[in-house]
Design a protein around this ligand. Structure first.
Ligand SMILES: [Zn+2]
Length: 183
C-alpha cells in the first residue's frame, strides 16, 4: 500500500486531531437528510464490522484485516472519486458509492454527499482489497470533516446540517470536481 508517512493535523468538529490518512468517499443521503452509515449527531462512523464468515472473521480490534474486504473505504485523490462518479458505475459499493442499478432506476438512492474524512492515529488502516481500485484505503473508523452536496441536492443541506456537526457546502453545479475550487 502507498501512504504518506507524515501524519497530518485535521480540524474535526471536536477540535484538532492527528490523522494517519485523509481522503474522500461517497455516502448516500436519504430524503430526510440522514447520511447512510453515519449515526445522526455524530461525525464518527461506527467501528467497521468484519463481513467475513465467523471462522475467518477479524479480531474486532483489528478491523480491517489483511486479505479481507472489511473496513470503511476512502480514497486519497478527489479526482479518482470524481472519475468514478462520472463513469456512472452501478455495480459497486466502492468508496461508499452504495448505488445499485435498481435504486438508480427508481430514482432514489441517488442523493449523495461527498465526505472529506480522516482516520485518526489509533485507527487501523489497510490498503485496497482485491475488489477495490488500487488507491483505496480501508479504515477501522472515520471522522467526518466536511460534506459536499451537488446543487441538485441543495434542499438537503439544511436537513443534514441540523443532524450532523460538520460543515456542509453546496456546490454551484452538479459536478463534484468543483470541490477543488473550495480547497
Ligand atoms: Zn475482516
Amino acid at each position: 500500500m502507498t501512504m504518506s508517512a507524515a501524519f497530518s493535523q485535521v480540524t474535526t468538529p471536536y477540535g484538532p486531531r492527528y490523522a494517519r490518512a485523509v481522503g474522500w468517499r461517497f455516502n448516500t443521503v436519504t430524503t430526510t437528510g440522514v447520511i447512510c452509515g453515519l449515526p445522526t449527531f455524530d461525525a464518527y462512523t461506527p467501528p467497521a464490522q468484519c463481513i467475513a464468515p465467523a471462522i475467518v472473521r477479524c479480531d474486532p480490534a483489528a478491523v480491517p484485516g489483511t486479505d479481507h474486504d472489511c473496513g470503511h473505504r476512502l480514497v486519497t485523490e478527489l479526482d479518482g472519486l470524481c472519475a468514478y462518479e462520472s463513469a456512472r458505475r452501478t455495480d459497486s459499493y466502492l468508496w461508499g458509492a452504495a448505488r445499485t442499478k435498481a435504486s438508480t432506476e427508481r430514482g432514489d438512492g441517488d442523493h449523495r454527499v461527498v465526505l472529506h474524512v480522516a482516520a485518526e492515529l489509533d485507527t487501523p488502516i489497510r490498503g485496497a482489497a482485491l475488489v477495490d481500485p488500487p488507491n483505496t484505503l480501508r479504515a477501522g473508523r472515520l471522522v467526518t470533516l466536511h460534506g459536499w452536496l451537488r446543487h441538485r441536492d441543495a434542499h438537503l443541506a439544511p436537513l443534514i446540517r441540523a443532524q450532523y456537526p460538520f460543515p456542509v457546502t453546496v456546490l454551484d453545479g452538479d459536478d463534484f470536481t468543483a470541490i477543488h475550487n473550495h480547497n
